[in-house]
Ligand binder design. Structure first.
Ligand code: FE2
Length: 511
């Protein structure tokens, strides 16, 4: 079923099916005892934080943060003006209870306004309907991805549980906070206040809209949505430059789990379905994450959908692997697709590391490695190499869907500490080389975005901008790199007088 042939009924099914909505039939009332949280993760985290300040990145900040003018070191690039937004889980503790997974904290938007070297910051928790209802009730009402309440408030759709905590999108004149289990949340640009959910069409109200939309060089936007119940389904979106829906489609992709990211080429949408598969029958008791089952002997299935006709599809198989993010991909004249993926041998990072860090424990897991995947026009694909550890891969906006030379990631130094990512890496895929800057002990960088310079045409003709937590000093900084010389380190940094919680993704809006 594709394009305009989608019935409202079908989409409502998809809407109700978004992973988190699957609890609805089982969630008739809130537990009177409220004792279904078991042992004290909040107390364990506080004690661990006292021993290890690295955990500052997972501490709940105040709901509002404001600094009128940051202390700047170095020479902030004159052309790097605009607003830099970030989002991530932040409200980890509320009503005496701490989330059981990094992915479950309610979102908080961080905004850096950069104007001629003067940089101001404000942070605002995204006031979703979920958060408003919980604050009114004075208790947690809803389960999350891995924070499971055995009984919870009635759920009317995915957005009952929408935490708006993964990314930020500025498109068609709107600023949106993105989640992946439900709708995008509108934000007022003047105040950062949440102003309701975005519906791309009346039929798409409440339908999942994932947190990694891809903007083609022509400015149009592609995205997926991932629904898990009553049966797995993928939603496909094409949105024009003005933010109007061009078309949407629904794909029955068979067994799958939550799909976080995807790839666009100039012709196709490429969606990997790792064999970490959701079992609806488990969700009632286990919650979303623990209803996923890792099947190491199963294939990673790859769906390739024609942008021009969502009905034209091909499938490939890859060895079992797991990952969140892609660098970029492109398609050759014969249909061969090449794409870059930060992939691990199993999903331990999500089932172990990113769960137990909320309790103050560091549990190692299989590393994410920068890898090239090749999909021939027909037949099985292959993973060509597994290089060094990498996450949060970004390319120049003009390279999206085209063959890229440079990709920017976080990386791991030779002497990694508990939290491994500490470097910013520029990879030259043509030469097979990489250069990096090590922030040094005591610092944890977050995603760094490439911002093209004024009139810049090259894939490194611009800047990298990103935040870094200095947990020894207890502050967060904003860095600007000349993308042509990443190894030289930031050309300028601006420091907040407080730490920000570690987050996921951001957006830069020039001007
Ligand atoms: Fe992501």
């Amino acid at each position: 079923m594709t394009d305009t042939n989608i019935s409202r009924r079908t989409f409502l099914a998809a809407s109700a099916a978004s992973g988190l909505a699957g609890f609805a039939p089982f969630a008739s009332a809130l537990a009177a005892s409220g004792n279904d949280w078991g042992d004290d993760w909040g107390g364990a985290f506080a004690a661990a934080l006292g021993r290890n300040r690295m955990l500052l990145g997972w501490k709940t900040p105040p709901d509002r943060l404001d600094t009128g003018s940051l202390a700047v070191t170095g020479a902030w690039p004159a052309g790097l003006k605009g607003r830099f937004f970030r989002n991530g889980p932040s409200v980890h503790d509320r009503f005496g209870r701490r989330c059981r997974h990094w992915f479950d904290g309610d979102g908080m938007i961080q905004e850096f306004v950069i104007d001629g070297g003067r940089i101001a910051h404000r942070g605002r928790v995204v006031r979703t309907p979920k958060l408003d209802r919980e604050d009114a009730a004075g208790r947690r009402l809803y389960s999350g991805y891995a924070t499971h309440l055995e009984s919870q408030a009635p759920i009317r759709g995915p957005d009952s549980m929408n935490a708006a905590n993964i990314s930020v999108l500025h498109h068609g004149g709107e600023l949106l906070a993105l989640w992946e289990g439900g709708s995008a949340t509108r934000l007022d640009e003047a105040t950062l206040a949440a102003s309701g959910f975005k519906a791309w069409s009346p039929q798409l109200a409440g339908v999942p809209f994932s947190a990694h939309p891809k903007a083609d060089p022509d400015g149009t936007l592609w995205n997926i949505g991932c629904a898990l119940l009553p049966r797995p389904a993928l939603v496909l979106y094409h949105i024009d430059r003005a933010g109007r829906l061009v078309k949407a489609g629904l794909v029955d992709a068979g067994p799958m789990g939550l799909i976080h990211d995807f790839v666009v080429t100039h012709k196709s949408l490429v969606i990997l379905i790792h064999p970490f598969l959701f079992d609806p029958a488990r969700a009632e008791q286990a919650g979303i994450l623990d209803a996923h089952i890792w099947k190491p002997r199963a294939e990673t299935r790859v769906l390739v959908v024609d942008k021009a006709d969502f009905g034209k599809r091909r499938w490939h198989a890859l060895p079992a692997c797991f990952g969140f993010h892609y660098g970029n991909g492109w398609e050759e004249a014969d249909g061969t697709i090449r794409l870059d993926h930060c992939l691990a041998g199993n999903p331990g990072i999500v089932t172990e590391t990113l769960r137990y860090v909320m309790k103050g424990e560091f549990r190692p897991s299989a590393p994410l490695r920068y890898s090239r995947i090749v999909l021939p026009p027909k037949g099985d694909g292959r993973i060509e190499n597994r290089a060094d550890e990498a996450e949060f891969a970004k390319v120049a906006p003009a390279a999206v869907g085209r063959r890229h030379r440079f990709v920017y990631t976080l990386g791991v130094p030779d002497d990694p500490e508990d939290w491994r990512f500490r470097t910013v890496v520029k990879r030259d895929l043509e030469r097979g080389t990489a250069e990096s800057f090590d922030y040094g002990p005591g610092r944890i960088p977050e995603e760094h975005l490439f911002v093209p310079g004024p009139g810049g045409r090259g894939e490194d003709d611009g800047w990298l901008i990103g935040t870094v937590l200095d947990w020894k000093k207890g502050v967060t900084g904003l860095s600007a790199f000349d993308a042509r010389d990443v190894a030289a380190g930031p050309v300028a940094q601006a420091w907040l007088p407080y730490p920000l919680p570690l987050g996921f993704h951001g957006a830069f809006v020039g001007g």
